[in-house]
Design a protein around this ligand. Structure first.
Ligand SMILES: Cc1ncc(COP(=O)(O)O)c(C=O)c1O
Length: 459
């Protein structure tokens, strides 16, 4: 299939047709503003309705499903956020056959959720009033970030007797930092107990396009897979995909319809055609250009990692098995400050990082990164390296530090809001849960490092 949405939008903009319909800009430019007003239309004759796709959008999504070898692939204009909201809601929908007796009368259905799920997953559980059992995620000693969820943990959780009503497992793979879980083993464990396996692969939309990336969960037995195109592929912000695997469709009759129901709830009834066209163009571009784009990108990354071996104080994690090489984790060491490194890279070198922890920053790369861009990062890190001797911690913002003692009063109280740093938006404490001593220490450590905490009023 040809990419058609953009072409059709362009032709329509040239057709002379006058818009007595939304949007209110009527395809006119605001003076001096270079936004693509002329292509921004609504669901008019000849186009389609994303909530009940019958025409050009239906064909496009069916083409995408064929390319991805999925049972269905939906275009999302509200990011992986709405993919997660719809997936979790759909999985606990009573109409879905789980192939076993679900003891609904004897207890509510519930969900197993990895502790490092994005806030959208916890929002879904809260909105649907579905209890979750939170599963621990592996975190190696000395590392500031969570890594993968172990199959044993899922097995253990699912084999406990009180799991008769468990409907789904939701986990994040890859994580923001690029760690993938052993999805094949985990999905088999889920399926032994007819439990829907949902993988938030928001950070792994590029996985299907080169074998040096981990395998996409879509080909590892997951039933529902959510991917943000905008995060790691050339597509506009907010664009994402939700896939239902062929096996998932067979295993769980009714799941497709439930997803469609909830996408109609969580997606705008006026989806942006600019975003939809961007999704279609991105998928075509990747299909046509992946051989041309991906191998040189991987080579650029290999050269980057090789150069980074020259660092002495800073440390770039070399590519590892089960970690996506596109995510560059730059560690400052215990004595160094992530926020300081982030600021130096921004102010002195004009390089903006994706995420900043206490002692690391994360640079996100994609196949659109140039040799020049990666060289700029490599040269900046080599230059800043000597700066990061044991003394760099003293650059922490004093104002934030002075306030940290006051968190003591929060211990034992129930959190009024999800408390998290952003990015990544993973709650440290979820709304309604008691604030533990351990969580307080983690929050203090972020504040001490000068990192803003959301969801908390510091007394
Ligand atoms: C793991 C994870 N899932 C989902 C999301 C939400 O994605 P989006 O921004 O596409 O809505 C994010 C956003 O950062 C994320 O990190």
């Amino acid at each position: 299939m040809e990419a058609r949405l953009y072409q059709k939008l362009w032709e329509y903009s040239q057709s002379g047709s006058y818009p007595f319909h939304m949007p209110g800009h009527k395809r006119n430019h605001l003076p001096g503003i270079k936004l693509p007003y002329e292509l921004d239309i609504t669901e008019i004759h000849g186009f389609d309705d994303l909530h009940h796709a019958q025409g050009i959008l239906k064909e496009s999504m069916e083409w995408a499903a064929k390319e991805y070898k999925s049972a269905a692939t939906w275009y999302l204009v509200n990011g992986s956020t709405c993919g997660n909201l719809a997936a979790v809601h759909a999985a606990v929908e009573p109409g879905i056959s789980l192939g076993r007796e679900v003891l609904l009368e004897q207890g509510k259905p519930y969900v197993l959720a990895a502790e490092n799920c994005h806030k959208s997953v916890f929002h879904a559980l809260e909105l649907k009033n579905v209890p979750a059992r939170i599963l621990p995620v592996r975190q190696e000693e000395g590392r500031e970030w969570k890594q993968d969820i172990l199959p044993e943990v899922v097995e253990q959780a699912l084999s406990t007797v009180d799991c008769a009503n468990v409907r789904a497992l939701v986990l994040t793979s890859p994580t923001y930092e690029g760690y993938v879980s052993r999805i094949w083993e985990i999905s088999q464990i889920c399926h032994k107990r007819n439990c829907i396996c949902i993988v938030d692969e928001a950070h792994g939309a590029h996985f299907p396009y080169h074998e040096r990336f981990p395998k996409s969960a879509l080909y590892e037995g997951a039933d529902l897979v959510v991917q943000s195109l905008h995060k790691t592929l050339p597509s506009l912000t907010q664009t994402a995909l939700l896939h239902l695997s062929k096996e998932g469709e067979q295993r769980f009759p009714g799941l497709r319809e439930a997803i469609e129901k909830y996408l109609r709830i969580f997606q705008s009834s006026s989806p942006s055609y600019l975003l939809l066209a961007s999704i279609e163009e991105c998928l075509h571009f990747m299909k046509e250009k992946k051989e041309e784009l991906m191998p040189p990108y991987i080579e650029r990354m290999d050269r980057f990692y090789e150069k980074m071996q020259g660092l002495t104080h800073l440390f770039v994690l070399p590519p590892e098995k089960n970690r996506d090489l596109s995510k560059v984790i730059i560690c400052t060491g215990e004595q160094g400050s992530g926020p300081l490194l982030k600021e130096l890279l921004r102010i002195r070198c004009g390089l903006e990082m994706e995420l900043c922890g206490r002692h690391y920053v994360l640079a996100m790369t994609s196949c659109m990164d140039t040799e020049d861009g990666l060289n700029r990062l490599a040269d900046a890190l080599l230059e800043l390296d000597s700066f990061f001797k044991a003394s760099s911690k003293k650059a922490e913002p004093e104002k934030t530090k002075a306030r940290t003692g006051t968190l003591d009063v929060l211990v034992g109280q129930k959190a009024k809001e999800n408390i998290y740093i952003y990015p990544p938006g993973i709650p440290i404490i979820r709304r309604g849960e008691p604030i533990t001593e351990e969580a307080k220490k983690e929050m203090e450590a972020y504040l001490e490092a000068g990192i803003h905490l959301y969801g908390i009023d510091i007394p």
